[in-house]
Design a protein around this ligand. Structure first.
Ligand SMILES: [Zn+2]
Length: 233
C-alpha cells in the first residue's frame, strides 16, 4: 500500500494510521497536517521525507519519516510505512521512588524505549544497586524474592530467567547480551519488581495510615457521645 502526494499537493492516504501517543498515551489516529509539496519533492528527489501529524486525541504534534517510492508526472508515491521519530516512553509512577533510584530507573526505561537493550540491561542492574545502597540490610534478598515471584507468576522459562538473574544480580562485571525478546521480558519484570518494592509499599502504608486515622476519629466521636449521656444521666 502507498500514500501519494498529488500534483495539486493533495495528500492521499492509503489507510488511517493509529499509534500510541508519547504525549497522552492514548491509541489515537495520526492526522496529517504538514506534508511535502509536489514541487519540492520533484526538485530534490529525496529518498525519505518527513511528515508532520497531529494526535487526534491530544492535538500534540507527531513526526514521521517515510520512504519515497516513485515519481510520476501526476503524483509522487510514498510508502505507507510511517516510522515515528518520537517513540512513546515507558510510563511509571516515579514519584514513589527515592531520587537516586528514580534517576537511574528513569534512564533504564528510556534506554528500553529507544531500543538500546544492552544499555537498558546495565541500567536495570544499576537501579537495584542504587536501591540496595539506599535501603541497605536485607534489600538484596528482598529484591531477589520479588524477582523469583515474577518468575513464578510469569511463568518465565528457565533460560530467560537465568539470563535475567545474571543481569540483575550477577556479581561479574560482564552482563549477558540482550535481544528484543528477552528485553521485553526484562522490562515487565523490572517494572513489576520496582512497583512491588516501592509503589505498592508506599500506597499500602498511606492507605493504612488513612484508615487508622478515620477509625480513631470515629472511636473518639463514639466516646464523646457516651460521655455526654453519662453527664446527662
Ligand atoms: Zn496524544
Amino acid at each position: 500500500m502507498s500514500n501519494y502526494v498529488n500534483k495539486d499537493n493533495g495528500f492521499e492516504q492509503a489507510e488511517t494510521i493509529t499509534r500510541e501517543c508519547p504525549h497522552c498515551g492514548s491509541h489515537a489516529q495520526l492526522l496529517p497536517v504538514s506534508t511535502p509539496s509536489f514541487e519540492a519533492l520533484n526538485a530534490h528527489r529525496p529518498r525519505h521525507v518527513g511528515i508532520g501529524f497531529r494526535c487526534a486525541a491530544c492535538g500534540e504534534p507527531r513526526f514521521g519519516r517515510v520512504a519515497v517510492r516513485a515519481f510520476s508526472p501526476s503524483r509522487v508515491e510514498l510508502s505507507s510505512n510511517v516510522v515515528e521519530v518520537e517513540r512513546p516512553l515507558e510510563r511509571f509512577q516515579y514519584r514513589y521512588l527515592p531520587d537516586a533510584v528514580e534517576r537511574v530507573f528513569r534512564e533504564a526505561l528510556q534506554c528500553y524505549s529507544f531500543g538500546c537493550y544492552n544499555a537498558f540491561a546495565s541500567m536495570c542492574r544499576r537501579t537495584l544497586q542504587e536501591s540496595i545502597s539506599d535501603m541497605g540490610g536485607n534489600a538484596r534478598m528482598r529484591w531477589y524474592e520479588l524477582f523469583k515471584d515474577v518468575v513464578r507468576i510469569g511463568p518465565i522459562d528457565t533460560g530467560t530467567a537465568q539470563t535475567l538473574e545474571t543481569i540483575l544480580f550477577g556479581t561479574e562485571s560482564a552482563i549477558p547480551e540482550l535481544e528484543a525478546d528477552k528485553a521485553a521480558v526484562l522490562i515487565e519484570t523490572i517494572k513489576d519488581m520496582v512497583y512491588q518494592g516501592y509503589v505498592r509499599t508506599s500506597k499500602l502504608r498511606a492507605a493504612l495510615k488513612m484508615r487508622r486515622y478515620f477509625a480513631e476519629e470515629q472511636a473518639n466521636k463514639v466516646t464523646s457521645i457516651d460521655d455526654h449521656r453519662a453527664e446527662s444521666a
